[in-house]
Design a protein around this ligand. Structure first.
Ligand code: IPE
Length: 239
């Protein structure tokens, strides 16, 4: 099984509000259709999510209208992804964390059977960064697609985990790295634009902390990644 997260910056134009990169979305669906592998797809929110989190100050206040707006907007992007998949003959199974996931006891809680059953029927689960209820805090919080991806990788013991982005990998001291471990963290460059769930360094840090081995690569290399080629940067403490 493969879990791959497509970053919001890869499938949306982060400099404009709710602007999808339709050709990229189409290419992703085509790549997945061509390789015919068992995958779980997760995508980010990009300019369909982050600007609304900022507008409604969702990190600071629990604005229910803003929460609904942000969720629906993420869902709109999910719809574009799923429609492209159907166009290429795939069977997407959208799972919206807003109504299917929660955070409890510091953990992401969700119905694993729902995902497995859909895969048994040859569906491809398609999840996304969203807003979810946090029972510990008794409020809604933002849950990034990165966190979902890492959790899925751990729960399903996934051997192949990837993060497709709009950059070629992780830059250490300004140079594209083949492998990154925790000793490189300080030297990782940060991303530009609004990102309410953190930039490249925090993404790498999260992956390393989770113990999951993952690759960060350019979305243009998605097909190569799915075909088990060594694309982008490997994030791993142990080689
Ligand atoms: C963020 O999801 C979710 C919201 C902003 C509601 P991600 O953190 O996975 O999105 P990207 O990949 O950074 O755009």
């Amino acid at each position: 099984m493969i879990v791959v997260k497509i970053g919001g910056s890869a499938i949306t134009d982060k400099s404009a509000f709710r602007k999808p990169k339709l050709e990229v979305i189409d290419g992703i669906a085509r790549d997945i259709a061509e390789v015919k592998k068992r995958i779980i797809l997760v995508h980010g929110a990009g300019s369909f999510g982050h600007p609304l989190v900022v507008k409604y100050k969702l990190k600071e206040v629990e604005d229910l209208k803003g929460i609904a707006e942000a969720h629906l907007s993420c869902k709109d992007l999910n719809m574009l992804v799923c429609r492209a998949m159907v166009k290429w003959g795939l069977k997407p199974y959208p799972i919206h964390p807003f109504s299917n996931f929660r955070v409890e006891g510091g953990k992401i809680v969700f119905d694993k059977t729902l995902i497995l059953n859909s895969m048994k029927k040859d569906f491809i689960p398609v999840l996304h960064g969203d807003i979810v209820f946090n029972s510990d805090l008794n409020r809604f919080v933002i849950l990034s697609g990165d966190d979902i991806t890492i959790e899925l990788a751990k729960v399903f013991r996934v051997g192949k985990v990837g993060f497709a982005t709009d950059v070629d990998g992780v830059y250490v001291d300004g140079k594209l790295a083949d492998v990154v471990t925790s000793k490189d963290l300080e030297k990782i460059g940060s991303s530009v634009g609004i990102d309410v769930t953190g930039g490249m360094r925090s993404k790498v840090e999260k992956i390393l902390r989770s113990g999951v081995k993952a690759r960060i690569f350019n979305v243009s290399r998605l097909k190569d990644f799915l075909m088990c080629k060594d694309v982008g940067t490997l994030i791993s403490e142990i080689l």
